[in-house]
Design a protein around this ligand. Structure first.
Ligand code: NAG
Ligand code: NAG
Ligand code: NAG
Ligand code: NAG
Ligand code: NAG
Length: 551
């Protein structure tokens, strides 16, 4: 039997990049851009005539194939400033690329003709051992950040599991991981940003400095500037229990599977915040699915045993494995390895997410499970797919939904539906889009909401604006028109853009939007409302985040 290991979550959990695209720039402005970039001292610029252009523009998701106007490999904040000015003065859209994992290739612009500012040469990391603050340049990847703050002081941050994911986009759009129910999203630990604005100015954004910008960066950063370094309030690294519960019912045993799902969600609803849970569902041959629950428990093995017992008792046939690990061992255990030295495999995939604050109804579980069995286990499917369901709540939900621009804090569960096609170089099959859309639609929820780090280019403008940002969208639009009035940082789902769906197997309808309209329709419905809390709490939260530090 093909057993989904804990490392499957690596393809799953996180996301990266920073961003921005263009308007099929005319030749003259393209020339202006390249001339301007060539005048920046020591800047390594790749243009369409460079021999490495076709490899440098490859995206992690090979479903997308974009041709940037140029890729600037920056090594300093001054070079970022100069490159952004070149983009702005030539009318070229500018995006940043941190790890380059945007599901929609927004790190390459998400359309043709963009200036990509590649941050991979900026990997500075310093931990202040008095304040506990770590300052990390945004060319770092999650594996390097985690290993670095561990090595420098046995410190930890909440974030996703995949070591190759860049910290830029992962922070910008939330940054959920196993430790988040204890310690919040990565943006909740992000106390300060060093950011290059559209006019090339370098500023600091923090809770007491450029507050609107600070608010906007934590949830929608790539539309507002290029963050060159984040400062995070780190935490002492906790030992924990790593566990996995596997259940592989016999062929066609839908009832057992439905029962397992129901047991999981009812247990998860009241689980302590010391318990992290992610459910992975994968096909395993004709009419067979595997249910694989994994996570970490931040406490003793004895307490874990007691905590997990009621769930195990409800899933006959499930097997549990668990082990006691220190912080860095547990990260490596989930990721496979934290090293980012070997070339990372790419993928050719389509993914969607769905966040719900409610339990999934029995009828919806039945249709979801039925869909997976009937549509997802056929031998000739030609797709490799999984569903990952992360448990939210705890510290994530403690702050109100407007404490930062990241909106969907009230989520109970977040689903990710993911299907890859082989080979990498073949066009993604239209049947993959239909299959995944059908699976997403088989789960019925009251309010549609989505996780922006699983960015989904097939959403319409009104869908992505409301599903990612809810009632925060209006404020984001007005900050955008102040901070980036020329819309230099633009890409298909940037703030102020009204771009519609983009799926390569359907006609591309993606006009770029030269100017953000402050009047663009605010998204008032959709999204998940977290429990509203007084603003004072938000302030206390920010202050605590900064000062709580102990060895
Ligand atoms: C990008 O440019 C290439 C080459 O000019 C072209 O084949 C492709 O259709 C363009 N893609 C989009 C989305 O416009
Ligand atoms: C803190 O950092 C300073 C300077 O790097 C170093 O000299 C000192 O030993 C460190 N203290 C601890 C407790 O690690
Ligand atoms: C926890 O449960 C496992 C079996 O799942 C057992 O081997 C172990 O001894 C238990 N540990 C404690 C401290 O209860
Ligand atoms: C859902 O199904 C379970 C049995 O699997 C049952 O105990 C529960 O009452 C049902 N809930 C509703 C709302 O029908
Ligand atoms: C750059 O843009 C910011 C934000 O709009 C503005 O406050 C600042 O004055 C601008 N700087 C220059 C030199 O124009």
């Amino acid at each position: 039997m093909k057993r989904p290991s804990r490392t499957i979550l690596c393809t799953l959990v996180s996301l990266s990049h920073l961003i921005c695209p263009s308007s099929g720039a005319a030749l003259s402005s393209r020339d202006d851009l390249l001339t301007c970039l060539s005048n920046v001292q020591n800047l390594n610029t790749i243009s369409p005539s460079s021999s490495s252009y076709n490899t440098d523009r490859l995206s992690f998701n090979r479903r997308f194939d974009y041709r940037p106007a140029a890729i600037a490999y920056v090594n300093s904040v001054e070079q970022v400033q100069a490159a952004v000015k070149c983009g702005a003065s030539s009318g070229t859209a500018v995006v940043a690329r941190s790890g380059g994992h945007s599901y929609a290739a927004y790190g390459l612009g998400g359309q043709n003709g963009t200036l990509v500012v590649d941050l991979s040469g900026m990997t500075g990391l310093t931990l202040n051992n008095v304040t506990g603050e770590a300052t990390a340049q945004t060319g770092l990847k999650l594996g390097q950040l985690a290993q670095g703050i561990w090595d420098q002081g046995r410190r930890a941050l909440p974030h996703g599991t995949c070591p190759y994911i860049g910290i830029g986009g992962h922070t910008a759009y939330g940054g959920m991981g196993f430790y988040s129910r204890q310690a919040g999203l990565l943006i909740d630990r992000a106390v300060r940003a060093e950011v290059v604005l559209a006019n090339g100015t370098l500023v600091t954004a923090a809770f007491d400095q450029n507050q609107d910008l600070y608010w906007a960066l934590r949830g929608a950063g790539p539309s507002f500037g290029i963050v060159t370094a984040w400062t995070y309030a780190t935490l002492p690294a906790p030992d924990n229990i790593g566990y996995e519960i596997n259940y592989a019912p016999a062929a066609s045993a839908k009832d057992g599977f439905i029962n397992a799902f129901n047991s999981f969600q009812n247990f998860a609803r009241n689980a302590p915040s010391t318990l992290a849970m992610a459910l992975a569902i994968v096909p395993d041959g004709a009419n067979k699915l595997v249910f694989s629950l994994s996570g970490n428990y931040y406490g003793s093995l004895a307490d874990f045993n007691t905590t997990i017992q009621p769930l195990l008792a409800q899933i006959p046939g499930a097997s549990l494995t668990s082990k006691q690990l220190n912080w860095i061992e547990s990260l490596a255990d989930v990721a496979g390895s934290l090293s980012v030295t070997s070339p990372e495999p790419a993928d050719n995939f389509y993914a969607k997410s769905l966040m719900t604050k409610d339990l999934i109804s029995n009828s919806s579980i039945a249709s979801f499970v039925d869909y997976m069995y009937t549509q997802g286990t056929a031998e000739n499917l030609g797709l490799e797919w999984f569903v990952e369901i992360d448990l939210y709540g705890g510290e994530i939900a403690r702050a109100s939904s407007d404490v930062s621009s990241y909106f969907n804090r009230g989520a109970f569960l977040t689903f990710q539906f993911y299907a890859s096609a082989k080979p990498l170089t073949a066009p993604y099959p239209a049947s993959g889009i239909t299959f995944l859309d059908g699976m997403h639609d088989s789960v019925q929820v009251d309010n549609q909401a989505a996780y922006p780090n699983y960015i989904d280019p097939s959403l319409s403008a009104s869908q992505w604006q409301s599903q990612y940002y809810g009632s925060n969208y209006e404020r984001l639009s007005s900050i955008k028109s102040v901070v980036d009035p020329q819309n230099v940082f633009r890409f298909p789902q940037s703030i102020g853009s009204n771009s519609g769906p983009n799926n390569p197997s359907s006609p591309n309808t993606d006009p770029s939007t030269p100017n953000p309209s402050a009047s663009s329709s605010p998204a008032s419905s959709g999204g998940l409302q977290a429990v509203a809390r007084p603003t004072m709490q938000a302030v206390l939260f920010a202050i605590m985040t900064i000062f709580v530090y102990s060895f």
